[in-house]
Design a protein around this ligand. Sequence first.
Ligand code: 3HC
Length: 335
Amino acid sequence: MYTQSMDIPDAAEKGPPESASAASELANAFEARIDADGRIEPQDWMPDNYRQTLVRQISQHAHSEIVGMLPEGNWISRAPSLKRKAILIAKVQDEAGHGLYLYSAAETLGTSREQMLEGLHSGRAKYSSIFNYPTLTWADVGVIGWLVDGAAIMNQVPLCRCSYGPYARAMVRVCKEESFHQRQGYEALLVMMKGTDEQRAMVQDATNRYWWKCLAMFGPPAADSPHSALAMRWGIKRISNDELRQKFVDATVPQAKVLGVTLPDPDLKWNEARQHYDYGEIDWQEFWTTVAGNGPCNKERLATRVKAHSDGQWVRDAAMAYARKYRERTITEAV
Ligand code: 3HC
């Protein structure tokens, strides 16, 4: 899908445009394409900060998919039935795939996967705050599907219309798979809610613990979101953090009613004038503490991720050795 990345010179190789007028022509062509809601492709000229904004967002997104495998991966060996185990394995594998599409999309911007992984493993790069909370019971797996993947879809569907072609195309498949993730979580919870009082209490408890974290997942409100204005001007982001959060609340309240759980917010009520649900204050202090690396599971997640990477070194070495031998054999046979 992203093999075009092999053909594009990186930014340094391309060098600056030869004259000031050539540079302004390129900038004008870029702006005109953005204004016409067109797509920017890897071969096209783009301003440095458009490229940097994309690398930052896409690599953070890729890291979120990969780290997001960990809280649910913890439950694969403890899934309550063969059917639930098969579904969970498939879902966790999908997240790995999403990470790979996204790393590939970021590579088309001239950033290597090694650089991005180094950023993650050294703790410099961010990934979604939501994956720094523990998964205490099986109901958490269902609630992650319902609420976390539900929030992810709300945020990611508009990214299918992102102005950068490879990111937008990757998101189409990601969103289809996220839909399955959301549904499997909701269905698992519906089954639990028809079970025992203890199961219903588990679902309510998991909902209580995850609800506010999912609202924060959409990112800070406009005043504290330094990247939003430009990202929206460039068609990278299409809808603001706050608007997406509101859409998520509006879509989720009726789902909670069908499920039979209470969303843990006394201020949650329909506002006839706004035609939206009002909701209470998000604890942004807690969010920023987690984003800064001091949430309940940040250190554990990073340590698990780094260990998985170093334990997998022999697989990468073996794949490279095989590719080298295959290439050498093909060349020998050809001469
Ligand atoms: N967790 C961690 N950091 C967050 C965050 C969150 N939930 N929300 C915002 N931030 C960070 C930003 O990365 C930025 O940090 P930086 O300057 O160091 O890069 C800072 O807070 C300010 O936020 P902004 O709103 O200005 O940043 P953005 O314009 O990038 O908006 C975003 C944040 C809405 C998360 C946007 O980057 C985005 O839409 N990203 C793509 C989607 C994504 O990454 N989703 C993550 C979840 S993926 C997932 O859940 C996997 C699925 O399988 C469940």
